[in-house]
Design a protein around this ligand. Structure first.
Ligand SMILES: [Zn+2]
Length: 293
C-alpha cells in the first residue's frame, strides 16, 4: 500500500455534509448527510464490471493511497463513492460505516447466516466489527478469542456469547465443548498472529468456512491435513464492495447499533496527540476515535 504522492490528506473512514455538487451529479442535495466509501476505482475493469470493485486493478483508497481524505474540513470525492445517510443517522455513525463494511464483507464471504455459530479470533477494531456484523446477521452463538482486558470487555458489551482468553483456556477445545462437540459453522481470523488462522480452522465444524481478514506480519502456517479431514474451506476477505447499502438499512431499522465503537471524540487540531499517539499508547482501550474538523 503505497501513496500516489506525498504529502496527502489522511482519513478513509469519514462522513460529512454535502456543500457543493459537480455538474451532472444527480440524486444529491446540498446539506445531505453522506458517508464516503473510499474505494477509488476505474469502474471499467473486469472486476469492477462484476461488482467486485474492491479487487479493481486500479484500486486506490482515498486517504490512504489517494489524496483527499477525511481529516480536513472539506473533501472532494467522486459521486460514486457517496452514500446518502437517511434521516436519523448522524455523520458520527456514518463515519463508522467504512470499518463496519470490512466485517460485513467478511461475514458475507463466509456465507454466515441466521442460526449459525461463529468464532472470531482477535477483538481489535476488525474483530469487533465482524462480531457486530455476525450479530446483525442473526447468528445464534458467537465466541471471541482475545487476551486484552479492555477488548474482552468490549466484545462482551457488543454481544459475544462467550469471550475466551487463549492464555487461560484451550480455545479450540472450549469452542468444541460449547458447540456440542461439532465446532463452529464459520470462523474469522482477525488477529493475524502465528497460529491464529490455524486455531480458527481447527475450531470449525466439518464443511465449515474460515475467513482471513487480518493482515499477517509474515507467512502463516496452516495444516492441510486439518483442512482436508473436515472438508473445510479457507478463504479471505479484502475490504468491501456493495456492503454499504445493507449496513445503512440495518442502521435504519435498528438491527445494528455501532455507537459504542466510538471510544473518544476530539477536534482535528488534537488529531496527533489525542488521536494517533493515543491509539499507539492505548491500542487495547481505544477502538474508534472520532475526529471533528
Ligand atoms: Zn476496476
Amino acid at each position: 500500500v503505497l501513496p500516489d504522492q506525498l504529502p496527502l490528506t489522511l482519513g478513509h473512514e469519514f462522513a460529512g455534509h454535502v456543500v457543493a455538487i459537480g455538474d451532472g451529479v444527480e440524486g444529491l442535495t446540498v446539506g445531505d448527510a453522506v458517508a464516503v466509501e473510499p474505494e477509488m476505482r476505474d469502474n471499467t475493469c473486469d472486476e469492477c464490471q462484476k461488482g467486485h470493485y474492491n479487487l479493481c486493478t486500479n484500486l486506490r483508497i482515498l486517504g490512504v493511497m489517494a489524496d483527499g481524505g477525511g481529516l480536513a474540513e472539506y473533501a472532494v470525492v467522486p459521486a460514486y463513492t457517496i452514500h446518502r445517510l437517511p434521516q436519523g443517522i448522524s455523520t458520527d455513525i456514518g463515519a463508522l460505516i467504512e470499518p463496519i463494511a470490512v466485517g460485513w464483507h467478511a461475514v458475507r464471504r463466509a456465507q454466515a447466516r441466521l442460526g449459525q455459530t461463529a468464532l472470531v479470533v482477535g477483538a481489535g477494531p476488525i474483530g469487533l466489527v465482524t462480531l457486530l456484523a455476525l450479530k446483525t446477521a442473526g447468528l445464534r452463538w458467537i465466541a471471541v478469542s482475545e487476551v486484552a482486558t479492555a477488548r474482552k470487555r468490549m466484545a462482551e458489551q457488543l454481544g459475544a456469547n462467550v469471550v475466551l482468553d487463549p492464555r487461560e483456556v484451550d480455545v479450540i477445545a472450549e469452542v468444541k465443548k460449547l458447540t456440542g462437540g461439532t465446532g463452529v459453522d464459520v470462523a474469522f481470523d482477525a488477529a493475524g498472529f502465528p497460529g491464529s488462522l490455524q486455531t480458527a480452522l481447527r475450531a470449525l465444524r466439518s464443511n465449515g468456512t474460515v475467513v482471513n481478514i487480518a493482515v499477517p506480519h509474515g507467512p502463516i502456517e496452516l495444516s492441510v491435513t486439518d483442512l482436508m479431514a473436515g472438508q473445510k474451506q479457507v478463504t479471505a476477505s479484502s475490504a468491501y464492495a456493495g456492503d454499504h447499502p445493507g449496513i445503512i438499512a440495518a442502521l435504519v431499522d435498528g438491527r445494528l447499533d455501532p455507537s459504542s465503537l466510538i471510544t473518544s471524540r476530539i477536534a482535528l487540531e488534537d488529531a496527533v496527540q489525542g488521536g494517533f499517539e493515543e491509539l499507539i499508547a492505548h491500542a487495547d482501550q481505544q477502538v474508534k476515535i472520532l475526529i471533528h474538523p
